[in-house]
Design a binder for this molecule. Structure first.
Ligand SMILES: [Mn+2]
Length: 396
């Protein structure tokens, strides 16, 4: 049963959770480093002011193994809006998520912690979004003018600053031995995190990119760090060992050609720079009777052991994210997407970091469906990250 936020937690009604009837070795000592005291009841309703997933936040920053950086930024989004408040919406919705998971068991015990949302970046993002809107009006009226060019330069400079800030936050956490994820915001936000992880691993990692869009544009509307250019920037400036894309169904010729140009031979680890698996190609194989599990198993063979997951929620069926910035028909089901993470675990790969982006806040008075799905996907990402790093035991 789902938990209700706002009700009083039943602290002290049970002792600390023990490793339960999972048929696996009791590893509760390995997981319990004191983050969760005896008062914490994982099955009780969450506090309305509690941390991510209703976990307590006293000492959480220090003790939790998985740290998330919220980035309330959507300056370059072009169509819908609301992803700037994604982190706050996900935090609220996350308190409804039950902690015990059929697949990852009690992985939550390693601690999943999200930093407070930066009010400085939130305010700055909001101001710049208005300026981007102003520039769009200039562009729609005709040519780029001196004043619209000034706005473009200002936004590009701010994006560089944001990337530097994210990189600095992430590097500090990596040095403190944390595993780092990021919650957007639009899809431009994880650049600094990917940069930090690349430096931490000396470039030895590949990217698994789940998205409706290829995000391979060489700048979009004049913005170097546009949400539509993230993977182009990552390929050109960070140079991971490879980029494997899943769910792609909305892209332009330039992006198609970039993918073709960089395509390596499938299965040849190291030479495969970009391998794009179009949604249509996967659906055709499913329609012809292949299993999703078999297809995914083959797809992830192109990835090296260290995998960074970049997850745009619009990679899912838009029924699961109707308010995202740029929804596209088609896409993955929730179970297919989380099945990709279990497939990574099956194949002995390690999730070295991740981002979840483009989750939208609810419309005023509307349901928080997008954030609910986003929070549950984030929980799966955190859980499988703990498992693939050997911090928690999977149940099945
Ligand atoms: Mn997208």
């Amino acid at each position: 049963m789902a938990k209700e936020s706002g009700s009083k937690p039943k602290t002290g009604s049970k002792s600390a959770p023990k490793s339960k009837a999972s048929g696996i070795q009791d590893d509760s000592n390995a997981l319990d480093d004191g983050y969760f005291n005896e008062e914490f009841d994982p099955d009780a309703p969450a506090f309305s002011e509690s941390g991510l997933f209703g976990l307590p936040h006293d000492d959480a920053a220090e003790k939790a193994k998985i740290h998330l950086i919220p980035v309330p930024w959507e300056v370059t989004t072009s169509y819908g809006k609301g992803t700037g408040n994604g982190p706050a919406a996900i935090l609220r919705a996350s308190r409804q998520v039950d902690l015990f998971d059929l697949e990852t068991g009690d992985a939550w015990k390693v601690g999943f912690y999200m930093d407070p949302v930066s009010s400085v970046w939130k305010k700055r993002g909001r101001t710049l979004k208005e300026k981007a809107q102003e520039r769009l009006e200039f562009l729609e009226a005709g040519e780029e003018s001196a004043s619209s060019e000034g706005l473009r330069a200002e936004i590009n400079a701010a994006s560089d600053e944001l990337n530097a800030w994210v990189e600095e936050q992430a590097t500090a956490k990596l040095k403190a031995g944390k595993i780092v994820g990021l919650v957007g915001g639009d899809h431009s936000t994880p650049f600094g995190l990917i940069q930090a992880i690349s430096q931490h691993l000396k470039g030895d990692f590949g990217i698994l990119h789940i998205d409706a869009h290829a995000d391979l544009r060489d700048a979009y509307q004049g913005y170097t760090h546009s949400h539509a250019s993230i993977m182009n920037n990552v390929i050109e400036k960070i140079k991971p060992r490879c980029l494997v894309q899943i769910g792609i169904r909305d892209f332009c010729r330039e992006e198609f050609e970039m993918s073709e140009k960089h395509r390596g031979r499938s299965g040849d680890i190291g030479s495969a720079r970009i391998v794009t698996h179009y949604d249509r190609s996967i659906k055709k194989r499913l329609n012809a009777g292949e299993s999703f599990d078999a297809i995914i198993k083959e797809i992830i063979k192109d990835l090296p052991k260290n995998v960074y997951v970049s997850f745009d929620i619009d990679g899912l069926d838009p029924a699961l994210c109707p308010n995202t910035g740029t929804p596209v028909p088609g896409g993955l089901s929730f179970d297919q997407a989380s099945g990709i993470f279990s497939a990574l675990a099956d194949s002995g790969k390690k999730i070295v970091g991740f981002d979840l982006n483009e989750v939208s806040e609810p419309e005023p008075g509307g349901a928080e469906w997008d954030a609910n799905v986003g929070a549950r996907m984030l929980f799966k990402l955190c859980g499988w990250t703990a498992v693939t790093n050997g911090l928690a035991e999977r149940r099945v």
